[in-house]
Unconditional design. Structure first.
Length: 284
């Protein structure tokens, strides 16, 4: 028997009665749904369900799963069930900019991240003190053009050793190879600044200042082989005006990046993000 709260994720071809079938199944097992979200996409014809429910002593998880498999086969449902307290393991990668890392570590220490950080990885030694302060392992994996393949092999080994469920690039300034992004598909999150027009290359905030940008934003997305073009999980913007220096804009941008990345990490960790073609469905 199992007790506590559980999270059920389900995605299936849309059809009449699919939500009723799933919720009726939960009711049949005397489970109390305390939060639920659903969405049917008319373009992809996919239906998505996220439900958190309470189970008491009479709940037999294995019997529930066996019965749900029958429903899943009938409805072609892709599904997952896990306990609310079963937090996924996350490995955080960072280079020298530590604002996103610092925010994630604080939320982790306060139990507000939704995931269990199992280590910090960097191609520089600068962030070691952050990991030490939070009693977390720090892994220094230098990357050069000549050692990139070796470094990525070491990273994959580390992901396996730490039983990492997903990876977060918290301002990790190395472009992952196509082979690595394929292996981490759907479980690697990146963050970067975003503004209109788009500013690439060195000193983007100085470029934005020179063009008189009025909104400074950040985008968190899944990593794909197409650089900075993966399915978007979270975005936000902060207003900018003519009084702000490039340095002040950069600080504002960093704050926005940290906030958006944390939101994306928590949503993914709690299973609230569903891939839907090139887009995502996010139940916040």
């Amino acid at each position: 028997m199992s007790e506590g709260q559980f999270i059920l994720r389900a995605a299936a071809p849309d059809g009449i009665g699919i939500l009723a079938d799933v919720m009726s199944y939960l009711a049949h097992h005397n489970l109390n749904v305390v939060e639920s979200h659903d969405f049917g996409d008319p373009q992809t014809r996919r239906f998505f369900i996220w439900a958190r429910f309470e189970a008491e002593g009479s709940f037999y998880q294995s019997a529930f799963e066996d019965g749900f498999r029958t429903l899943a086969q009938k409805r072609e449902i892709e599904w997952q069930l896990r306990g609310v307290d079963d937090k996924p393991n996350v490995l955080v990668l960072v280079s020298k900019g530590d604002h996103c890392l610092n925010d994630l570590l604080y939320r982790h220490r306060r139990g507000r991240l939704g995931a269990q950080i199992v280590g910090v990885v960097s191609n520089h030694p600068d962030a070691a003190w952050h990991a030490e302060r939070h009693d977390l392992p720090f892994y220094h994996i230098p990357v050069t053009k000549e050692t990139k393949a070796e470094a990525e092999t070491r990273l994959l080994d580390l992901i396996e050793e730490t039983q990492t469920d997903f990876v977060v690039l918290a301002r990790y300034m190395q472009i992952l190879s196509d082979a690595l992004t394929q292996k981490l598909e759907g479980r690697c999150i990146n963050i970067h600044h975003s503004a209109l027009p788009s500013f690439k290359g060195a000193r983007p905030y100085h470029q934005a200042h020179a063009r008189g940008v009025k909104l400074m934003g950040a985008t968190a997305h899944y990593v794909t082989a197409a650089l900075d073009e993966g399915p978007i999980i979270a975005q936000d913007v902060s207003p900018v005006d003519h009084r702000m220096s490039p340095e002040r804009m950069a600080e504002l941008g960093k704050d926005t990046e940290a906030r958006v990345l944390a939101r994306a990490v928590t949503a993914h960790a709690e299973g609230r993000v569903f891939l839907n073609g090139y887009r995502t469905v996010v139940f916040e």
